[in-house]
Write a protein that binds this ligand. Structure first.
Ligand code: B12
Ligand code: SF4
Ligand code: SF4
Length: 383
């Protein structure tokens, strides 16, 4: 917590602490002008891939005052979701799926938003007691707001070379939320960069998603590929994904500042045991209803069943486990072309040439989807 004394800032810091936030600070809305310019450059270079919403909301995203002209201050809040153990241990279990830490628990959006609202309401009531009138809006993740640069300006941490906010006290495991307000608040001192010559996160990335330090190419990031990307995963990246089926933590987990991290104290953010290393065999068989029942209140539901099963089939293709072949073959006739295409790829990775040819004979003539037909050609090495 960065604020003390008897001002509104100290009141907010106390209220945020009572709601379970681990860090709080204050930024002027115009504190991130440089980041806005960089964001424009990033989007114009296409690094956002098919996250069209980043381009659509660019004007609002680059400047909080465009989003809300009356805003005078942005309160940035951080919540620690540090895992109890190293999340990378599951990467060696190739027949299990690796789910990123944030997605092993309840959806943080659902948890944090009501907490932000309670802090915001308490702030307005306290301001009223002091004879001040004001308004507030709360944001977590989904709004067009540059949360990381704002959090750095508010002193919560700095944007590390992996582009996420790193805190000296909490390492990389920090969710961000924001309360924008028309009330005047004294800005906190911005945090400076403590990466130094370290490049552990850059070297840890399995898909080389950092063209340079501090810049990510989302199109190569496994988090983007498994969660946001709607189409088939680019073939050259599939073998590099290993068993990562939803998000990725490798760059975050590599950061030496995590040595100061402690396990998160919010029980609803603690990993559900069934999401620590779920067998791929179980996940690949999920239909839509079973998928929704398997992941109640989970952020994983956002990707939808088809994208999720695509990811699972990619992991199966990387597993080297031929015992999974019958489950792959069952998906060759799936209703979703995305799933069928991923099943063909997994088949090509695991089965011998005669088996691929035999299955191609029975499935390919019925296939009308161009992407899936292309997968068959590749699996038969006709390309
Ligand atoms: C789009 C998005 C993604 C995209 C793009 C990732 C990215 N780095 O932006 C994808 C889908 C890949 C993604 C993945 C993840 N995300 Co995300 N994502 C967002 C979202 C919605 C917008 C971020 C954004 O504006 N990106 C645009 C790019 C341009 O921003 P940037 O990478 O920070 O780029 C800056 C730098 O390149 C910098 N820059 C350029 N050159 C230079 C040079 C120097 C010297 C410096 C200092 C800086 C610099 O300027 C740019 C503008 O600020 C935010 C929520 C929000 N509203 O902010 C969450 C958010 C960033 N995600 C979050 C999380 C947790 C993740 C994952 C860890 C999830 C997971 N486990 O899979 C991964 C991490 C991957 C990674 N290494 O970034 C958290 C991060 C919390 C934190 N501590 O920072 C956020 C803030 C959500 C939240 N509310 O908690 N995410
Ligand atoms: S989340 Fe994974 S794939 Fe994405 S940049 Fe970090 S290490 Fe690379
Ligand atoms: S791993 Fe090293 S370079 Fe990357 S964010 Fe952490 S300190 Fe910075």
């Amino acid at each position: 917590m960065t604020a003390g004394g008897g001002g509104l800032e100290a009141f907010i810091a106390r209220a945020a602490g009572e709601e379970g936030f681990d860090a709080v600070g204050f930024a002027r809305p115009d504190a991130v002008a440089e980041a806005g310019a960089r964001l424009r450059q990033w989007v114009s270079g296409g690094a956002h891939g098919d996250m069209g919403w980043m381009a659509d909301t660019l004007a609002r995203r680059t400047d909080p005052a465009v989003l809300w002209p009356d805003v005078r201050a942005v309160i940035m809040l951080g919540m620690n979701y540090g895992p109890a153990q190293d999340p990378r241990s599951v990467l060696a279990r190739r027949s299990a799926g690796a789910i990123s830490v944030y997605a092993r628990a309840e959806d943080y959006h659902d948890l944090i938003k009501p907490k932000l609202k309670r802090v915001a309401r308490a702030l307005l009531a306290e301001a009223g007691r002091r004879g001040l009138a004001g308004d507030v809006k709360v944001f977590v993740d989904t709004a067009p707001l540059m949360e990381k640069p704002l959090a750095a300006a508010a002193g919560l941490g700095w944007q590390g070379k992996h582009t996420n906010l790193v805190s000296r006290d909490l390492g990389s495991w920090l969710f961000l939320g924001a309360i924008a307000t028309t009330l005047e608040l004294a800005p906190s001192a911005a945090e400076s960069d403590h990466c130094g010559s370290c490049r552990a996160c850059l070297d840890a990335c399995p898909t080389a998603a950092f063209p340079s330090p501090y810049v990510i190419d989302a199109r190569r990031c496994i988090s983007y590929l498994t969660i946001e990307h709607k189409g088939p995963i680019p073939a050259d990246l599939r073998p590099l994904m290993g068993n990562r089926i939803y998000g990725c933590d490798d760059c975050l987990a590599a950061c030496p500042w995590n040595k100061f991290a402690v396990a998160g104290r919010e029980a609803r953010l603690a990993a559900r045991a069934e999401n620590d290393a779920p067998p791929l065999a179980e996940l690949v068989a999920l239909d839509d209803a079973a998928f929704r029942a398997r992941f109640p209140k989970s952020p994983i539901k956002r990707a939808g069943r088809d994208r999720f099963v695509r990811n699972v089939l990619t992991a199966i293709g990387n597993s080297g486990n031929v015992a999974l072949l019958p489950l792959v073959e069952a998906r060759l006739a799936d209703a979703s072309p995305l799933v069928r295409g991923a099943a063909v790829w997994a088949l090509g990775r695991l089965a011998d040439a005669a088996r691929v040819r035999g299955l191609a004979n029975s499935h390919r003539a019925l296939e009308h989807d161009l992407d899936v037909r292309h997968e068959w050609s590749e699996a038969l090495m006709e390309g």
